[in-house]
Design a protein around this ligand. Structure first.
Ligand code: BGC
Length: 748
């Protein structure tokens, strides 16, 4: 909808941004003709909850999704035909702070965001009558406003609710609002309002506690049995004025009480009125009461319920809700190794826990849109979820944040934090890698076209600061097991990848001069990289670390003739390192792929399913239901228990074990590259991916000395299957049309 079509005005209650209680707004209106349809269009500086005639009109939460509020606001559209009726109606809007009015204080200074203000909204209810006439009910000065029971709300920490202040019936007709104030007009937070075009955040899964431990009659600890992002709902009764606190944590102290020390480290509270991840519910004393926060979410497994007066808590008192952008799941996976299946499940749990209208690093400590974590996890996301719309939205956020010189901040959206730190090409290559992965998975060039100029400016910037082709700007292989790869090694690899993607995008978009210029630039970086890091005498890159060798292989910086030599060096290095990984964030992207793509599937599988430190399996063996931020489970710092950054393994299972790969020349799985690998220690594997062409299924099972392979190719697609060699024969490829194909191979 064009901005000029809005009939309503931006309104707020005119209170200061320091006011803690949230504003409620209400308006009654009559609809006197026969209604054909009705829609509500609503945008907010902050978050909103819309109700019509006493009913919440959507199952979406935390609407609208977070953007750079002073540049772009999102509006949501709801069909409310069934919520309105002939005669009197009432509309109610509760407005929340979200990232717009961040009152909590933490290291990133979101409380000093340039857009910060008292939350506000704009609304048009557009009613079409059966006679063809249109009537619009809009936000304006004729709305009434009051504060109410939500006495504090922070997207970052928690929500506080005083049930004694409940405004029963406030969003229904006939409510006595004479004590309410008149709403005030205010300026628009930004001129641009665009449609929210992505799957909304929902309470997707309901989780019942597995146990409740009673410490005394005012303290209980509830265990959900798994780590989630989301909220809890509590139902209980107690004396009026009883203060009930719900403290959410990922782990427990030995005493059994909640331990937040791994996730509150960047919080800088002023006083003790806003405890971290702790909702506060003050009871009205009127029988069984219920509370769940509306404008906050947390990362947690445990909820410590404590109260100022005795209460009774059972497993029925508390429910957990796993929340995230409700991306449709598009994959299935099952194997003979339950550990592998659990790692896949945990990876998806962390991916979803970090998807709230923009990809985040973790749902508790930060909730920041860390760029690096997101491009590393983007293939895992695309194999497992229909994620295109959230990436389209987030790449628009990138465009809103780019400096004129081409630079992006390390977190997006940003209040300004992150232009100074952490934003080298190893993180902000999101601008190249994500549109490219969308192109490969969906066969759609529109995102590449939209971000093309931004990518060009970005690559030009790196070129200016890296005249000799080596880029030293970046954070490097973040949180490594032990060895640290030099930053210029990995940043130059990403700089090369960006230039290469840019040259390919130029070709696709018919920009032949750019294509040549950036292909030449990529070639220059390639040569500089090899001149600097290839050690011919030792037959290795850099000092031969796992990250160095696998990054060079995976990002295709190794000349063809040397690939077998470097792959062998990598395998030897892994063996010399004790057959275990020694990589950080950037190396987790490459280590498994570089091994399995180059003939070392058994070693890759061994790393992927290892059960002792350091490994994904080590976390799972220790009870993890999500991926962690650090390899030692008791690390002193950087130990969130729900990070997606080590999550490439979820994509690797599809690419290596299922063999399902995109084909650059025919993207969107028009041509499926099928290169399944069969680790000796795995007897059965199957996976499917619901691609834009239809369902692709790849499955195999060992039966005695033979291996049965079956693949389903969707209608209209073709597959190029690598037929594995037995003995010393080379691999060969055959082309398969749509339908199901079965093969039996011997001695693999
Ligand atoms: C975040 C990471 C992020 C990193 C950047 C951390 O605090 O949680 O996931 O990529 O900072 O260095």
């Amino acid at each position: 909808m064009n901005s000029s079509n809005w009939k309503g005005a931006w309104i707020s209650d005119g209170k200061s941004m320091h006011e803690k209680a949230l504003p409620y707004f209400r308006k009654e209106f009559r609809l006197d003709k026969k209604i054909k349809s009705a829609r509500a269009y609503i945008a907010a500086g902050g978050l909103f909850e819309l109700s019509i005639n006493g009913q919440r009109i959507s199952d979406a939460w935390l609407e609208p999704n977070y953007t750079r509020y002073d540049r772009r606001l999102l509006y949501c559209t709801y069909d409310i035909t069934n919520a309105v009726s002939n005669g009197g109606n009432a509309a109610g809007v509760l407005v929340g702070n979200g990232w717009y009015n961040h009152q909590s204080t933490a290291v990133w200074d979101f409380d000093k965001a340039p857009w910060r203000n008292r939350p506000c909204f704009i609304l048009d209810i557009r009613v079409e009558y059966t006679d063809g006439s249109i009537e619009t009910i809009s936000s304006n000065r004729d709305w009434k406003t009051s504060t109410g029971p939500v006495i504090f709300s922070s997207i970052y920490t928690a929500e506080h609710y005083d049930a004694r202040l409940a405004l029963t019936g406030w969003d229904q007709t006939g409510y006595p609002d004479t004590a309410w104030q008149q709403a005030l007009l205010r300026s628009a937070p930004a001129a641009l309002i665009t449609a929210q075009n992505l799957h909304p955040i929902r309470r997707v899964e309901e989780i019942k506690p597995v146990s409740v431990r009673k410490f005394n009659d005012t303290v209980y600890v509830v265990d959900l049995g798994r780590n989630i992002a989301g909220v809890a709902k509590i139902k209980l009764s107690g004396a009026a004025g009883t203060v009930v606190k719900l403290r959410h944590s990922e782990r427990l102290y030995e005493s059994g009480r909640t331990d937040l020390s791994n996730i509150d480290v960047h919080y800088r509270p002023v006083g003790d009125a806003d405890p971290f991840q702790t909702d506060i519910f003050i009871l009205s004393g009127k029988g069984l009461e219920e509370f769940s926060p509306r404008f906050n979410y947390k990362g947690f497994q445990y909820i410590e319920v404590s109260a100022s007066q005795p209460i009774s808590i059972t497993k029925e008192s508390v429910t957990g809700y796993f929340m995230h952008s409700d991306l449709p799941a598009v994959s299935k996976l099952n194997s003979a190794n339950p550990l592998l299946d659990k790692i896949w499940w945990a990876t998806n749990n962390s991916y979803l826990s970090n998807m709230f209208g923009y990809p985040t690093d973790c749902p508790q400590r930060e909730k920041n849109g860390w760029t690096g974590d997101a491009h590393i996890a983007s293939e895992t996301g695309l194999f497992n979820f229909d994620g295109i719309t959230v990436y389209e939205k987030w790449l628009q956020d990138h465009l809103d944040e780019q400096q004129p010189n081409g630079v992006f901040p390390s977190i997006i959206p940003s209040n300004g934090w992150g232009y100074e730190w952490g934003n080298g090409p190893d993180w902000t290559s999101t601008i190249a890698i994500i549109p490219w992965n969308i192109y490969l998975h969906y066969g759609d060039t529109s995102l590449l076209a939209k971000t093309y100029d931004a990518l060009k400016r970005y690559v030009n910037y790196i070129e200016r600061i890296s005249p000799d082709g080596i880029c030293s700007w970046g954070l490097g292989d973040w949180v490594p097991v032990k060895s640290q790869t030099p930053v210029p090694f990995t940043s130059t690899a990403y700089y090369y990848t960006d230039a290469l993607i840019l040259s390919k995008a130029a070709l696709l978009l018919g920009k032949s001069e750019d294509h040549e210029r950036y292909a030449a630039l990529a070639q220059k970086i390639y040569s500089a990289f090899n001149a600097r890091f290839w050690n011919a005498a030792a037959g290795t890159y850099g000092t031969g670390l796992q990250t160095e060798l696998s990054v060079a292989l995976h990002w295709k910086l190794v000349p063809d003739s040397l690939v077998p030599v470097v792959a062998k060096a990598l395998a030897n290095r892994v063996i010399a390192d004790g057959r275990q990984i020694d990589v950080g964030l950037l190396g987790t992207k490459t280590i498994l792929n570089a091994l399995s793509d180059n003939g070392y599937i058994d070693l890759a599988y061994e790393l992927a399913t290892r059960e002792t430190f350091p490994s994904w399996g080590w976390w799972i063996k220790n009870g993890a239901t999500t991926l962690f931020e650090n390899w030692p489970i008791n690390a002193k710092s950087d130990i969130s228990m729900n990070h997606i950054m080590f999550g490439e393994i979820g994509a690797w299972m599809f690419k290596a074990l299922g063999g399902i790969k995109t084909t650059e020349a025919a993207p969107g799985f028009q041509v499926i590259t099928l290169e399944p690998c069969f680790p000796k220690k795995l007897n059965r594997f199957s996976c499917s991916h619901e691609s834009v062409m239809g369902s692709i299924e790849s499955a195999w099972e060992r039966k005695g000395s033979s291996l049965q392979y079956s693949v389903k190719v969707p209608p209209g697609a073709i597959a190029r299957l690598r037929v594995p060699a037995s003995g010393n024969a080379g691999n060969s490829f055959i082309e398969l049309g749509s339908g199901t194909h079965q093969f039996t191979w011997k001695n693999l």
